[in-house]
Design a protein around this ligand. Structure first.
Ligand code: CP
Ligand code: NVA
Length: 304
């Protein structure tokens, strides 16, 4: 078993499928109202260098539902914001808590935290990856289709952190993935090469959303400008025009296809209000599944 979740590619297959399976069980336990205090007296430190609604609340609620506790640490009121080194922070926090979740800019920072921490480190989003979101996404897809292998997911928009982690997660799960990205906004080339080398699913990058969506079981999108890219907003609005999930695009996918979005959404840009609210939308189940997937992940990394 691995100590950390840094990327899905580096997360062992055995752990990956265990989390998905345990998440289904934990969701059922939660729905039944049964108490499950497997993480009693355990503490999670959560370092947020970027904003969050879902990640923060689902990790915090998840820890408390499992009988533990979570501490929210923002750079503005800790020494992290005043330049205390990651290698020092990692070793100090490891003396107090049972796991550390980090949302930050560079992937190297999370990798560094994991290198120096003796407790599990969870990537809560970097500029390059968002693995926790994809665990929830796969749980949502499995709920709707019962299986994962052999499905087709179409990703429309920016080849960003979401696209990178979706590629890694889909390949592991045997889901074919077709990404429609404007020129200059492709996913990470090393991740694409890794994914193709795995030979477990078909993977393509195209320029036309209609081509990606053809016959898809899942339509997925994310914002045109991610956190940290605010200054590129106007240029991106121009480059991404047409890279949108709307009723026209839904018409290209399978009739029982589902629409996913990691949220927060910018309605009218990457997705229409109609697609968000329509019968194919599973976005709020997907958001809920962050809770169940992460509880399973916390149990696995902290308890084994
Ligand atoms: N999807 C997601 O990670 O949402 P937050 O930014 O609100 O945590
Ligand atoms: N790509 C988005 C995902 C937010 C959950 C961002 O990084 O802002």
């Amino acid at each position: 078993m691995t100590k950390d979740l840094l990327t899905l590619a580096s997360f062992p297959d055995e752990d990956f499928f265990k989390v998905l399976e345990r998440a289904e069980l934990l969701k059922a336990v939660h729905a039944s109202g049964e108490e499950r205090f497997t993480l009693k007296s355990r503490t999670l430190a959560m370092i947020f260098e970027k904003s969050s609604t879902r990640t923060r609340v689902s990790f915090e609620a998840g820890m408390s539902q499992l009988g533990g506790h979570a501490i929210f640490l923002s750079p503005s009121d800790t020494q992290i914001g005043r330049g205390e080194e990651i290698r020092d922070t990692a070793r100090v926090l490891s003396r107090y808590v049972d796991a550390i979740m980090v949302r930050t800019y560079s992937q190297e920072s999370v990798e560094d935290m994991a290198k120096y921490a003796s407790v599990p480190v969870i990537n809560g989003l970097t500029d390059k990856h968002h693995p926790c979101q994809v665990l929830a996404d796969l749980l949502t897809i499995k709920e709707r289709f019962v299986r994962l292998e052999g499905l087709k997911l179409a990703y429309i928009g920016d080849g960003n952190n979401m696209a990178n982690s979706l590629i890694e997660g889909c390949v592991k799960a045997g889901i074919d993935i077709s990404l429609a990205c404007p020129e200059g906004y492709d996913p990470d080339s090393d991740i694409l090469a890794w994914a193709r080398g795995m030979k477990r699913a078909k993977i393509e990058v195209v320029r036309e959303p209609e081509k990606a969506a053809a016959g898809a079981d899942v339509l997925y999108t994310d914002v045109w400008a991610s956190m940290g890219q605010e200054s590129e907003k106007t240029a991106r609005e121009k480059h991404f025009r047409g890279f949108q999930i709307n009723s026209g695009l839904l018409g290209r996918a399978k009739p029982d296809s589902i629409v996913l979005h990691c949220l927060p959404a910018h309605r009218g840009e990457e997705i229409t209000d109609e697609a968000m609210e329509g019968k194919n939308s599973a976005v709020f189940d997907q958001a809920e599944n962050r809770l169940h997937a992460q509880k399973a992940l916390l149990e696995l990394l902290i308890m084994g």
